[in-house]
Design a protein. Sequence first.
Length: 182
Amino acid sequence: MKVLVIKSSPRKKGNSNTLADQFIRGAQEAGHEVQEFDCARNRVAPCLSCGGCIRTGKCVQKDGFEEFAPMFVEADVLVFVTPVYYFSCTAQIKCLIDRFFSIHFGEQRENPKVYDKRTVLITTQGQPSLNCTLPTMEMYKDIVNFCKWTDAGQVHALGVLEPGAVVGTPYMQEAYELGKSL
């Protein structure tokens, strides 16, 4: 199975990337092929809502999304990994998600691989309450439903604000086990 892990933390060694690495380890140990795309390191501009993808079949912008799009299409599993910033996912991953429009309504719109996917959500946040993560979880659920994908699991690490705070928590094992269970 091809797994695409989409990281979005500006902190290269931040808590969400640490959990992503644990998930990757589990998925690789289970024999899955894993690719990574880091939104914070690959510039992906916001959608222009220009309709160019509908007319030409592809997004007209030339940026990191050109590398991402074929990885997205070929993946069997999409893993969204984000810290929660002020009740939502990072701007980096949101720009990427908005650009999915060009895949769903461009030349790939008839490709069944675009719709036959399992998904995972991994979040981290400094607050100890899940309430701050609920808007991100709702957005994820709505995207999964709209795209007719299947949620394969979620990990929500709470109360892990400082870099490295997630290390030694049960969330590490939870992310690993989720990767291994695919």
